[in-house]
Design a protein around this ligand. Structure first.
Ligand code: GTP
Ligand code: MG
Length: 372
């Protein structure tokens, strides 16, 4: 960090002159006061200095960049489950399809039947695993759909056959295209009487998603979350795409990935829903995630609630032990040293509070949507 003293030394001018310039700018400080990079720039300008100010490399740049850029030894790579995200317009059946696939019932517990959370579960089918991410379709939750699209390997675009392509379907298409991932269409509610699959296929074609049976490259699987029609087809299609793409990761490295959501849960403290993208996350690991950090105290399987001690690539996991709830969408990294983690988190927290003070961030609140 730059202090008034080190600034004056670097600029070869007296401390008194620096302090005087600062006073002129309305800043009262002493010789040991730390200067923000921006302040140092202003003082330099005030003193007419042609200072070559260089923003010092932060620990964050060093450590995190190193982790992100660490190439995995091809020998260490193993197949990992595909991360599959359900995207689509509100009420088109994303949660119902996922409920059917994993054999639980989330929909009936949702306030107003509207998903307000982003969820991730891992299921197994004939010995092969798939991680599913459910996103809300309500227009208020653009951010969560974007987040879902960000972690995904394959997007399942859920389109209700009776409704066809709607605004959030279009938005989901653009998220999936931006993420450059394969899109599979679940043409849902096919059990309803009088639905016209051809009409939806035409709409899809108009959105540059030409069904394979019409000569395009998009698999369109007619499904019903009520009768279960098309469910095996959907799973097979996803597993085939996964095989073609050979998704792989290195379980023998420190974990990194993304936080989908987090909250403060009374006695349990902070619970963060994380998805491990590479490496293995273990109880006891030191994690830095956005502007917070901590040591993993406990982890559980988000589907069964069972305690687990490690989570490999593509595993969704609820993690306890972080100091504060990280932001949704924040990346996480495992570090060796808790002091480093604390410092990186503090630097980020600092930067973001400075940003919000200057009013640069737009906070989005979902508090008006009550959870049951
Ligand atoms: P949001 O999360 O709010 O965006 O909705 P969603 O896409 O998760 O839809 P959800 O699964 O909550 O389903 C909405 C309604 O459609 C529920 O009443 C479901 O029972 C019904 N539904 C879902 N899938 C089917 C289906 O295949 N056939 C029929 N007939 N109804 C379905
Ligand atoms: Mg839902």
């Amino acid at each position: 960090p730059c202090t008034v003293r080190s600034f004056s030394e670097a600029a070869s001018i007296g401390v008194a002159q620096v302090l005087k310039a600062m006073m002129g700018m309305g800043i009262m400080a002493n010789i040991n006061a730390e200067l923000e990079f921006e302040t140092a720039e202003l003082i330099a300008a005030e003193l007419d200095l042609e200072l070559q100010l260089k923003e010092s490399e932060t620990l964050e740049d060093e450590l995190i960049t190193e982790i992100e850029e660490l190439d995995d030894d091809p020998e260490a790579l193993v197949t990992r489950p595909p991360i599959v995200t359900f995207l689509g317009h509100v009420d088109h059946g994303k949660t119902s399809l996922l409920d059917y696939l994993i054999g639980i019932n989330v929909v009936s517990g949702e306030a107003g039947g509207i998903t307000q959370h982003i969820r991730a579960y891992e299921i197994e089918k004939d010995g092969r695993s798939i991680t599913f991410v459910d996103t809300p379709g309500h227009e208020a939750f653009t951010e969560m759909r974007a987040r879902g699209a960000n972690v995904t390997d394959i997007a399942v675009l859920v389109v209700a056959a009776d409704d066809g392509i709607m605004p959030q379907t279009e938005e989901a298409i653009s998220h999936a295209k931006a993420a450059e991932v394969p899109i599979v269409v679940a043409l849902n509610k096919i059990d309803l009487e009088g639905v016209d699959a051809n009409r939806v296929m035409t709409q899809l074609t108009e959105h540059q998603l030409t069904p394979s049976e019409w000569g395009g490259d998009v698999e369109v699987v007619p499904t019903s979350a009520i009768t279960g029609a098309g469910m095996d087809d959907l799973l097979e299609t996803l597993l085939t795409i996964a095989e073609l793409n050979e998704y792989s990761a290195n379980p023998d490295r420190n974990a990194l990935g993304v936080c989908l959501e987090s909250e403060q849960q009374g006695d349990r403290g902070v619970v963060a829903k994380l998805v491990v993208q590479n490496g293995t996350l273990r109880v006891g690991d030191i994690v830095v995630c956005g502007p917070t950090y901590g040591r993993v105290r406990a982890m559980s399987n988000p589907l069964t609630g069972e305690a687990i001690t490690e989570a490999g690539p593509s595993t969704p996991v609820n993690v306890m032990g972080l100091e504060e709830p990280p932001g949704a969408g924040d990346r996480f990294h495992v570090l060796e040293d808790i002091t480093d983690a604390r410092e990186i988190a503090a630097t980020r927290a600092d930067a973001s509070s400075r940003q919000s003070l200057s009013g640069n961030t737009t906070a989005v609140s979902f508090e008006n949507f009550q959870e049951m």
